[in-house]
Design a protein around this ligand. Structure first.
Ligand SMILES: *Cc1c(COP(=O)(O)O)cnc(C)c1O
Length: 432
């Protein structure tokens, strides 16, 4: 499979190059040149397949022979070593629980897959890769954990001191080994500026590769298609509607890639919080990026979703075609809190605020007499948003063992000022 830029279909690169570059040279995003096709045997066996088996068969179409079959099979087994169960919440509505990974959020799947692909390519060429990532909390932990102990790759995370939650800080600072946490005396924007400064100015003298683990990387997107097949396999129905709580629209783009490969799903719903750029686009036919507004489902506080550029190419710049496949609705924090409370009280199921937006979306779409089963993606464990969940449902959610273990570990970080010279000194000392 070759990958093309959203801004020029004649700009083609291999999977390896797309993973290493992240962004295309013309600033476009990489997308597969063609939609994948899966064998009749795959479709005939889908309902009996495990998640790693699905990952292997689907992923192979994207990776081609750039990673040999045996290595790729092993990679999928490592990446997908936790379950993604489909759980019935009420009537015909099911939750696809994406939070059973090491950091309890769906970004684990993408980060782990990307880490191991990059690790494979680095080791093969005997290169050292250093990943620099600035985080305001959530993405950093999935990336850090995804790259933990991946040979050939070191990760340096910059996070703003005192500006992340306790659990987030522990997830960033207790990994050890090839993961280093730099605690910056500043805000998130300072961390991001330090990283940008390093990319622009640090001379690696050819001794290692400095790269980012950006969410627009194609290797984070591809594995996000695997669990849509697995959801259909568990539901054992050729007829469902799937709702994805959306921010940058990467998760739903994974679903659309699955749909285009022939996955039998009737329709998709993208549910957003007050950041309603896409719902507005589908109503008006004009895309207007907005500044983001803060909500209780803060991982979706995005006013200019990065994957719109990919979806726009997929739907041929036509908002009507977009709307035939994806409906999109926006919900307020108030509606989200009420839904969390109602679902807990009536059905004993605890939603996190992002999953609650997903539940609102699927209910709205299925409202009426339609008998189609609906699935929403539950993207984070409710205990990651403890305060919001407690105040909405008046109960404390169970904290999974992996989070408890992490809370008990000792924080290890290196404190630095908001000063590029200090970051430069660390890179020089370690790698030059
Ligand atoms: C990142 C994130 C989302 C949004 O996913 P996108 O791919 O950006 O649309 C939703 N929920 C949670 C918990 C997240 O971390």
């Amino acid at each position: 499979m070759q990958y093309i830029s959203t801004r020029d279909k004649n700009l083609k690169v291999t999977f390896e190059e797309a993973v290493k570059r992240g962004l295309a040279p013309n600033k476009g995003l990489f997308i597969p040149e063609n939609y994948i096709t899966l064998s009749d045997e795959f479709w005939a066996n889908l309902f009996d397949m495990t998640l790693p088996e699905i990952g292997y068969h689907v992923g192979k179409q994207y990776v081609g022979d750039e990673i040999p079959d045996e290595d790729f099979k092993k990679l999928c087994n490592e990446v997908l070593n936790f379950d993604i169960p489909l759980v019935r919440v009420k009537d015909r509505i099911y939750s696809l629980e994406l939070f059973h990974g090491p950091t309890c959020a769906f970004k684990d799947v993408g980060a782990r897959f990307m880490a191991r692909c990059l690790g494979y390519f680095s080791t093969k060429k005997n290169e050292k890769t250093v990943i620099l990532v600035a985080t305001s909390g959530d993405t950093g932990s999935a990336v850090a954990n995804g790259f933990l102990n991946v040979p050939g790759v070191d990760v340096i995370i910059l996070y703003p001191s005192g500006k992340v939650s306790e659990i987030q800080e522990k997830q960033l600072t207790t990994n050890g080994n090839n993961i280093t946490a730099l605690e910056v005396n500043g805000v998130f924007d300072d961390c991001q500026a330090l990283v940008k400064n390093a990319f622009a100015n640090f001379d690696t003298k050819g001794k290692f590769k400095l790269t980012s683990a950006n969410s627009i990387n194609i290797a984070r997107l591809i594995p996000q298609s695997f669990y849509y097949y697995y959801a259909v396999a568990q539901l054992k129905s050729y007829d469902s509607v799937i709702c994805v709580p959306s921010g940058n629209f990467g998760n739903i783009t994974g679903g659309i890639l699955a749909l285009k490969s022939g996955l039998p799903v009737k329709h998709f719903v993208a549910a957003t919080n007050a950041n309603d750029t896409i719902p507005q686009y589908l109503q008006k036919g004009v895309y207007t990026a907005k500044p983001s507004v803060q909500t209780i489902s803060n991982a979706m506080d995005v006013g200019d979703p990065s994957n719109f550029e990919r979806l726009n190419v997929i739907f041929e710049n036509d908002y009507k075609k977009f709307g035939e496949t994806i409906s999109s609705y926006s919900f307020t924090d108030d509606e989200t809190r009420k839904k969390m409370k109602e679902i807990y009280q009536k059905f004993g199921y605890t939603l996190d605020p992002h999953g609650a937006v997903g539940m609102l979306g699927i209910e709205k779409y299925l409202d009426g007499n339609d008998t189609t089963p609906g699935i929403f993606l539950e993207t984070a464990h409710p205990s990651k948003f403890l305060d919001v969940v407690e105040s909405a449902t008046e109960v404390t959610p169970n904290i999974p063992q992996s989070l408890k273990d992490c809370l008990n570990k000792k924080k290890e970080s290196i404190k630095i000022e908001n000063d590029y010279k200090q970051l430069e000194a660390i890179l020089t000392e370690r790698y030059l």
